[in-house]
Design a protein around this ligand. Structure first.
Ligand SMILES: Nc1ncnc2c1ncn2[C@@H]1O[C@H](COP(=O)(O)OP(=O)(O)OP(=O)(O)O)[C@@H](O)[C@H]1O
Ligand SMILES: [Mg+2]
Length: 503
């Protein structure tokens, strides 16, 4: 971009003849000609001449009233244009205004009133200026940014340049924002249509795919899948499918399902909407929640098997309201009826309403995958089923690096051997390795602690095997009864994980 002063004059030089004609017409026409003639004919001609006298077109991009700013999540052309200009014009413009960014500690630079900057698009020069607010009424000041361009470029500017400005502005806004972790409010709290349905905090989870303990092949496949999703907008358009993808993460407690969600959000740079289904009163409220989400986000329903009674055969259960305990406002628990049904949830995932927001990932987690209604997790809804399993040696190595800062150790061989037979969750391994932080013990002591734990588990498994069937204590692979119904809870230590995830 260059400052406007020279650019503007240079482009106007060709039309200076018309500027001379204008005062002549204004001076002689009314005196020399009958009034009637002037009114009927000259005015008509003057009107036709106007585009030649001033061949420039202006478009004002007007801000939304302040009172609505907070509610605007998806698109606000004014904010997008401002962000586009702040990324470019701050380099050339001399007189700027700085506003504290809505999020973070930074400033947003914008043009001061009267300042103009030029921009170039496909060899065509256009000018942006900030115009003073036109009025201040009960909805607050309406500010505008004015775009000026030659009328012969109208099509290019309207059809290509302005969408380009909005797209680029959105990218700047997205880059500058703080990511958020949303959770839904109780249905009772958003009775009015203007109430916010989500509350949020800044999302600051430190987990990445680097620190996630999992077999590397499996990890790579998941990351590739996320990349494919992110980069394939055209593909989704072409096949006529909403740009969404469903992940089902299943496995015993402590195997990293929630951790994986944080890693996914950090990898994609997405917000998270964590839905507590038991707080949702009806299918209608569920839809309301969906409408108020934004793109580039992950919608999470954790422990879907515990959230609502959405299990059983679709034909019998989908339209029956489910009974759940909702704490009431005076904190006493009382039996209430949630009218969220299985079909309501299915519609939430991939009904017509779900298509209105692009680039969303839906994640369900569960400890008991086989208890879920097949309709809920069928392919197309939950596109990728990922089994989060017990700790394999490769996953252990990641944890050892995270917690102890070691890549090799003489005790690794013993750990490797034990992990081939013993089922231990990454959470339990992490707990043993964390002793190095809590005490002054180094890697040796932590690894010995882990080996002791593994040996204890091994001898318990032996004892359980000797007991008659039915008496053996449930494996630690389910919340409560240890009933991991898929029967594939153990990752091979050699990392042969090909059958642990399915597409
Ligand atoms: N795969 C993993 N990689 C790294 N850390 C892990 C992993 N699994 C578990 N952990 C550690 O264990 C803790 C608990 O894990 P997490 O909450 O992700 O388990 P979960 O599978 O969601 O369990 P639940 O089924 O009970 O919700 C995490 O805070 C993390 O420190
Ligand atoms: Mg969890």
């Amino acid at each position: 971009m260059t400052t406007m002063d020279q650019g503007w004059l240079a482009s106007n030089i060709g039309s200076s003849g018309w500027f001379l004609l204008a005062p002549l017409l204004a001076a002689y026409a009314p005196r020399g000609l009958p009034k009637m003639y002037f009114n009927l004919h000259l005015r008509w001609h003057v009107r036709r001449l106007l585009p030649f006298l001033d061949p420039f077109v202006t478009i004002d991009i007007v801000s939304k009233p302040d009172i609505y700013i907070d509610r605007i999540k998806s698109s606000d052309a004014y904010e997008e244009v401002k962000a586009y200009l702040s990324a470019g014009c701050s380099r050339d413009a001399r007189e700027l205004r700085a506003e504290g960014a809505l999020e973070g500690d930074g400033f947003i630079l914008s043009l001061r009133e009267g300042q103009e900057v030029a921009d170039e698009f496909h060899g065509v020069t256009v000018w942006w200026s900030s115009v003073p607010p036109e009025k201040e009424d009960r909805v607050g000041q309406l500010r505008s940014l004015r775009l000026t361009f030659h009328q012969r470029h109208r099509e290019l500017i309207v059809d290509e340049y302005l969408p380009h400005v909005r797209r680029s502005g959105r990218t700047v806004l997205f880059r500058n924002r703080r990511r958020r972790l949303y959770t839904n409010k109780k249905s009772l709290e958003y009775a009015s249509t203007r109430d916010e349905v989500w509350s949020y905090v800044d999302f600051k989870h430190p987990t990445t795919f680097d620190t996630l303990a999992m077999h590397p092949d499996k990890k790579t496949k998941i990351m590739d899948d996320l990349d494919d999703f992110r980069n394939n907008k055209d593909y989704y358009n072409r096949i006529g499918k909403a740009w969404k993808r469903g992940y089902l993460l299943y496995g015993p407690p402590g195997t990293g399902k929630s951790t994986m969600i944080a890693a996914m959000a950090n990898y994609l740079d997405y917000d998270i909407y964590d839905i507590e289904l038991t707080m949702v009163r009806s299918n209608n409220d569920l839809r309301k929640l969906l409408i108020e989400t934004t793109g580039k986000s992950i919608i999470v329903i954790e422990d879907i098997d515990c959230s609502l009674d959405l299990t059983g055969q679709r034909g019998t259960s989908e339209d029956l309201p489910v009974h759940i305990d909702i704490p009431t406002l005076n904190n006493k628990k009382r039996k209430r009826t949630s009218e969220v049904t299985l079909s309501g949830l299915l519609n939430f995932i991939d009904g017509i309403w779900s298509a209105h927001i692009d680039q969303q990932i839906i994640v369900f987690t569960t400890n008991y995958v086989d208890k879920l209604d097949p309709a809920l997790i069928r392919r197309g809804r939950m596109d990728l089923h990922v089994e989060m399993s017990y700790c394999c040696f490769e996953a252990f190595k990641t944890l050892a690096k995270n917690y102890l800062g070691v890549n090799k150790h003489p005790l690794f061989d013993t750990v490797k051997e034990l992990l081939q037979t013993v089922e231990i969750t990454p959470a339990d391994v992490a707990e043993c390795l964390m002793t190095s932080e809590r005490t002054d013990h180094g890697a040796d002591a932590c690894l010995e602690c882990l080996i002791n734990e593994l040996k204890k588990k091994a001898s318990k498994m032996e004892k359980d095997k000797e007991k008659p069937e039915g008496e053996a204590a449930g494996k630690a692979n389910g919340k409560g009864n240890g009933d991991m119904a898929n029967g594939r809870g153990v990752l091979d230590d050699d990392g042969d994980s090909s059958d642990e995830y399915e597409y």
